[in-house]
Write a protein that binds this ligand. Structure first.
Ligand code: ZN
Length: 292
């Protein structure tokens, strides 16, 4: 936690909620002092219900590609070209190749120190009768592999499928997910579309169903899972300390969580490797680009 310091608001902020929050911060008198780290530790020590909100930056060090931003292509596609219900309806084979590739990549990766630290933090607070709720935008399950429990996956997971007919959700870490996807899903721009017949793509395991299943992830244009959102609401309601880890704070609704907590007076600390639109908006910041 080198470089942790209390900060004033600065930089360009992205949204209405954040702007409201920024205005509030400007009215308050926050100063950088040498006691910030101690104060932060003290608050963390007293917190009963901590929320840890994580995003792609948390998994980047494990080598998980996001398929967002420049250079983030699979073949010639951006994630938003494939991660949609329309793309799946049009070409389920192609979309399954994309997700099969992503599953296979993640299966070769390990959680990093951040995942382990969060899992350990959750375990140790639980032992003291306190709670840590991990809310993640990541779909790689690396928090769970590191030992975190009851992770709230805002965007679903690569390792569950959902039936397009009966809606049944199944955990699935098979590699490959079906024989027809063995060796398919190469990311190179000139790779050929495997054109797998629908009957050979992943199918529902419920008796008398056997319909096509899809990745249990939230695609562009889709709403988040109601059950997950309810659990998130409950966690945010009782939260008295929030840590942002590797999240760019630009993907909604997650981007609104921390500003909402901060406006309620909940201390929020940001841990990011890169500057984000919300950097400087919260009470504490730990990042390699700040100097003390
Ligand atoms: Zn089914």
């Amino acid at each position: 936690m080198i470089g942790l310091r209390k900060i004033n608001s600065k930089v360009v902020l992205c949204t209405k909620a954040v702007n409201r929050f920024r205005a509030m911060m400007n009215e308050s008198s926050f100063h950088t002092t040498s006691s910030d780290k101690a104060e932060f530790k003290d608050l963390l020590h007293k917190a009963q219900n901590v929320v840890v909100l994580t995003g792609a930056g948390c998994s980047a060090e494990s080598g998980i590609p996001t398929f967002r931003g420049s250079g983030g292509l699979w073949r010639t596609f951006r994630a938003q070209d494939l991660a949609t219900p329309e793309s799946f309806a049009r070409n389920p084979s192609l979309v399954w190749e994309f997700y099969s590739y992503r599953r296979e990549v993640v299966l070769t990766k390990q959680p990093n120190k951040a995942h382990y630290a969060i899992a350990e933090f959750q375990r140790s607070l639980k032992g003291e009768g306190r709670s840590v709720t991990v809310i993640t935008q990541n779909i790689d399950e690396l928090h769970q592999v590191a030992g975190a429990k009851d992770v709230l996956e805002l965007h679903g997971t690569l390792f569950k499928t959902r039936c397009t007919s009966c809606g049944h959700v199944t955990e699935n870490r098979r590699s490959p997910i079906v024989p027809a996807l063995e060796g398919k899903g190469a990311p190179d721009p000139d790779a050929q579309d495997a054109k797998i017949p629908e009957e050979d793509l992943p199918r529902c395991d419920q008796p008398n169903c056997r319909a096509l299943v899809r990745p249990h992830v939230v695609w562009f244009g889709e709403g988040l899972n109601r059950g997950v959102l309810n659990a998130v609401d409950q966690a945010l309601d009782k939260c008295d300390m929030c840590l942002l880890v590797g999240t760019s704070s630009v993907v909604y609704p997650a981007a609104g969580f921390a500003p909402m907590l901060a406006t309620k007076g909940v201390p929020v600390a940001e841990f990011n490797m890169e500057e984000t639109p919300c950097t400087g908006a919260f009470r504490y910041l730990d990042a390699p680009y700040i100097s003390n």
